[in-house]
Design a protein around this ligand. Structure first.
Ligand code: FRU
Length: 471
């Protein structure tokens, strides 16, 4: 796979085969742990296990043995669906959804070393509350608050609107249902909410949900009072489900770190041929800005994977092009100071362009429309990959410059704008020569640009790691 030009280097993927949601992220005994939904036997969704990787520094990751596997005849016989980690009275515990064709239940497994996990069948939450179907009940997120344990579970009320359910426990073992934490006020936010994540940030609480079925992710910022969430503001977390199933943890230094899953955007035939599917976003650090908006940026540690500055040529060769560079695994910082805003003015970057122009991906900001887009129509000449555009809204304050952080990694493209709008997607140019990049300005703006080549996050060669035997 090292010769696969679409395979990322500094975004996490499984050694082979399929991954989806990040699960059970935590920092324990000096290491960060990233678990993930994993099919060890095929590059498509199914037979869901929990894969596992760990890191001392958030930058370099090593593969660990498979953590959870479906138990034949058990509550998770059909798959170990998404969930979270908690240290319960000193005992590492995973809470996750056990899936069978009949129903979804909330399971718990314990471990002493974060590698060998033992299902605790007596702790299973077997029945959803009234109004919630047995297949609309998943993805427990457990957290500590007011000296008690709380669990939020993703659900659908009457299979019609998204809902987050709240459970409470004194010991992390026996759980009481407390009622809905929050129910979607709006039918446009999907029929069901998956992977709810609920955490304090600054002086507020944040709820993020993924909209079933793959329709995007939304954030809410508000208050947590009397065991109910009261939202004060909300917005799009990731457009178009470019990243999905967001999950946070608190780092040892108090930072709130978030991962999300980036699905493939190509036909299964292509995926089967390559033998792997899915990647994680880089870890993001979350914060609230002065206006209570959710802000997000790649963690500072990512800069440790910068290998060398890439040569930037400043050229006036083509109208509007102010700089050119090349590469397929890049960290780019571009700041545009816009001097005046007028109609049809646009600026941005192109990446993964072929010399003949047949392939190109464009990241475009229209100051007048306050719109940031990733244009994928010409990103690949392959008809079996998705190529629709992504559009986000970005309001700049008076005099505020546009800052774009672009993480390009083979087929993975993440764009962070002014730490408050993230666009994530996948692009699959066919030509090996599609490595050219540029910065363009049609209008009046000054540009500062830095480009780095990026190294690998994996600590050496990778192989699929079998599940450790229980002894
Ligand atoms: C989200 C999701 C979760 C579920 C898991 C199964 O992508 O559908 O709701 O637990 O994936 O793999």
């Amino acid at each position: 796979m090292t010769s696969d030009q679409h395979r990322p280097r500094f975004h996490f993927t499984a050694p082979t085969n399929w991954i989806n949601d990040p699960n059970g992220v935590c920092f324990h005994a000096g290491r960060y742990h990233l678990y993930y939904q994993y099919n060890p036997n095929a590059a498509k969704w199914g037979d869901i296990h929990w894969g596992h990787a760990s890191s001392a520094d958030l930058v370099h990751w090593r593969d660990e043995p498979i953590a959870l596997a479906p138990t034949p005849g058990g509550a998770d016989a059909g798959g170990c669906f998404s969930g979270s980690f908690a240290l319960v009275a000193g005992q590492p515990t995973l809470y996750y959804t056990g899936y069978t064709a009949q129903r979804q239940v909330q399971c718990a497994a314990t471990s002493d070393d974060l590698q060998h996990w033992t299902l605790q069948p007596a702790r299973t939450i077997t029945t959803p509350p009234p109004g919630v179907g047995v297949q609309d009940f998943r993805d427990p997120y457990v957290f500590r608050h007011d000296d008690r344990w709380y669990m939020v579970v993703g659900a659908s009320l009457h299979h019609a609107r998204g809902q987050c359910l709240l459970y409470r426990s004194d010991d992390g073992i026996a759980w009481d249902y407390r009622g809905p934490l929050f129910t979607s006020p709006d039918l446009t936010l999907g029929r069901m909410w998956e992977c709810p994540n609920f955490f304090p940030l600054g002086d507020r609480w944040v709820l993020t949900v993924s909209i079933w079925l793959g329709l995007g992710a939304h954030w809410f910022v508000g208050r947590f009072e009397n065991e109910v969430f009261v939202p004060e503001s909300d917005g799009v977390l990731d457009l178009d489900a470019g990243a999905f199933a967001h999950l946070t943890m608190q780092g040892p230094d108090g930072r709130t770190l978030q991962w999300a899953w980036m699905n493939e955007q190509r036909e299964q035939a292509r995926i089967d041929a390559d033998g792997w599917a899915g990647a994680m976003t880089v870890p993001r650090e979350l914060s609230l800005d002065a206006r209570g908006r959710l802000n997000l940026r790649p963690v500072a540690e990512i800069a440790a994977l910068r290998e060398a500055p890439v040569d930037v040529t400043t050229s006036g060769a083509q109208r509007g092009v102010v700089a050119t560079f090349a590469g397929r695994h890049l960290d780019i910082e571009a700041t545009f100071t816009i001097r005046s805003v007028h109609d049809s003015q646009k600026l941005g970057l192109t990446v993964l362009a072929s010399p003949d122009g047949s392939e190109v991906t464009r990241i475009v900001f229209w100051p007048d429309a306050r719109r940031l887009s990733i244009e994928r129509a010409r990103s690949s000449t392959d008809a079996l990959v998705r190529r629709q555009d992504l559009h986000g809204t970005l309001l700049l304050d008076e005099g505020e410059a546009l800052h774009l952080r672009v993480l390009l990694d083979g087929s993975v493209l993440e764009v962070y704008a002014n730490d408050r709008l993230a666009l994530a997607t996948r692009v699959y140019p066919v030509s090996e020569a599609s490595v050219l990049g540029s910065v363009f300005v049609e209008g009046e703006a000054d540009v500062a640009l830095q480009v780095w080549a990026m190294g690998s996050l994996h600590e050496g060669p990778r192989s699929v790691l079998a599940r450790p035997t229980q002894d």
